[in-house]
Design a protein around this ligand. Sequence first.
Ligand code: GDP
Ligand code: MG
Length: 179
Amino acid sequence: MSSSDEEGGEEYLFKIVIIGDSAVGKSNLLSRYARNEFNLHSKATIGVEFQTQSMEIDGKEIKAQIWDTAGQERFRAVTSAYYRGAVGALVVYDISRKTTFESVGRWLDELKMHSDTTVAKMLVGNKCDLDNIRDVSVEDGTTLAEQEDLFFMETSALDSTNVKKAFEIVIREIYNNVS
Ligand code: GDP
Ligand code: MG
């Protein structure tokens, strides 16, 4: 997190990480939020580490620098550099694959291990458009979020449901934590 005063206007930069099992839709959540794009056959992005998106709160410009893995989560090899300095996190699972929900605890542990500050956390049940093959109930998501003290939202990067909302809630919470 950083805050600077330029020509009287305050500026904030928040680092947010997206974590969760492979293929839950992390990269598509980011591309939907930052560029309004969705990719049906997305491959692990190579080279792009993060995207920056701005929003305004209390008349201040807030820049969210949102980091996406380059597929290293497949090998459980997300490095500490990825987490360093993060003040917000989206922990994503796929509502049509229970194993990805069962991994959430491990991702939370890893996040905790690598953070030395308050991190605003949102549990995200992605692919809610796949309700017909749902494998994790909304109630299971809600219960876990309450237990772990996380915000919770079901999203669809495919049809855009709640994507903007999920990111903006995290960004607002970070702002509340630091201001
Ligand atoms: P990542 O490995 O977590 O970054 O996942 P990706 O963003 O690469 O997505 C993995 C696959 O799931 C791709 O085929 C996407 O098209 C698909 N996908 C991502 N988000 C959604 C969603 O909200 N709904 C549906 N139906 N498919 C999605
Ligand atoms: Mg990805």
